[in-house]
Design a protein. Structure first.
Length: 356
């Protein structure tokens, strides 16, 4: 498929998004393997907390923040990684802290420990940071990103802008202003707000939050710069968004909402992978008098009708996306696989389909 190969040969980032359960992770892995076949050094990373990528590659427990070499094909390479939020956040703190002492103070803060691995907003921003880090890594020509299911995918895309807005907000500057009196010297305007928050989360927690923000002083410029860089990367010409769908009304509706939000954030998908399609059987043209043959013919007709219905759903979905702001969206059909994919051999079969 020249469209897929052109995408793999020309882009530096491919973001795979779609509803849960449509095979998005396996498609992302197959794209990375296909890129390696073209001589590129590709890394596929999942930011979904579920361990589907490790399961699909048959490497459960082996994938981490540090990319692992999965396959070498001539000059091409396929690597894989799985986002570790806490490790990424720790490394980012170490990068922008003025001193090792400042980094240690932040990492030992109770509030930091609670947000570094648990809050969804933290995961979203660290996913964006990890994408940028891999894009900057000289070991790789292409980063293939497997996002969370569609309802959460845009949180990752929008997180850099949210972080920049927060760091520039007057409240952040008030809370990080140096003072010896802690909460007692914060202005009368903000004090009632902090008291309300303190009653909800506990005064000790609120104090930990302010201690964390003050320890963060001087690092906001670095964080804001990284957020701006990844925001530009997501909208760059070298970045493509691939939408993975399955021919079922509910996941298609979820993905349609995702695509609408993508357009609203000035991002246009380049390609749609319609996964798990029933093969387009030719319906029998005659009716057999043999009972067994007639039963087989009825089943083939049923599969033929099902295949047509699925393709009508896919066509309707793609038609509503085209013409996109950047032109026509390519469509790639992927037939239902004969078995679940749980190892590199299965990913290889899927890659064969993509390069068809």
């Amino acid at each position: 498929m020249s469209g897929v190969n052109d995408l793999l040969a020309s882009r530096q980032v491919i973001v795979c998004c779609g509803s849960g359960g449509v095979g998005k992770t396996t498609v992302a892995a197959a794209l990375a393997l296909s890129a390696a076949r073209l001589g590129r050094r590709a890394v596929v990373i999942t930011i979904d907390p579920a361990r589907r990528l490790a399961d699909a590659l048959g490497r459960r427990g082996e994938l981490s923040n540090e990319p692992t070499l999965v396959e070498r094909i001539g000059t091409g390479e396929m690597w894989a990684a799985m986002l570790d939020v806490s490790t990424t956040f720790d490394e980012l703190i170490g990068r922008f802290a003025a001193t090792s002492e400042q980094a240690d103070v932040i990492r030992s803060n109770v509030f930091y420990k609670s947000i570094s691995g648990s809050l969804s907003g933290t995961r979203d921003y660290m996913a964006a940071e990890m994408l940028l880090r891999l894009h900057e890594d000289p070991r790789f020509d292409l980063v293939v990103l497997d996002t969370a299911p569609s309802r959460n995918a845009l949180d990752f895309i929008e997180s850099p802008e949210r972080l920049v807005r927060f760091l520039r907000h007057p409240l952040f500057r008030i809370l990080t202003a140096p003072s010896r009196g802690g909460l007692r010297v914060i202005g009368a305007t903000i004090q009632p707000v902090l008291k309300i928050i303190g009653r909800v989360v506990g005064s000790n927690v609120m104090s930990d939050v302010i201690d964390f923000l003050r320890a963060f002083e001087g690092m906001e410029a670095g964080f804001a710069e990284r957020a701006s860089l990844v925001s530009r990367l997501l909208r760059a010409n070298d970045t493509a968004f691939a939408v993975v769908i399955a021919p079922s009304p509910e996941p298609l509706n979820d993905t349609r909402l995702l695509v609408e939000r993508l357009f609203a954030t000035r991002i246009s998908p380049s390609i749609v992978f319609a996964n798990r399609l029933t093969p387009p059987f030719d319906a029998p043209s005659t009716t057999s008098e043999d009972s067994v043959q007639a039963w087989l013919d009825d089943n083939v007709r049923s599969l033929h009708q099902r295949a047509n219905r699925e393709r009508d759903l896919v066509k309707s979905f793609v038609d509503r996306m085209s013409p996109s702001p950047t032109g026509t969206v390519d469509l790639v059909e992927i037939g239902e696989q004969s078995s679940d994919i749980h190892d590199l051999e299965g990913i290889t079969r899927l890659a064969d389909t993509l390069s068809g």
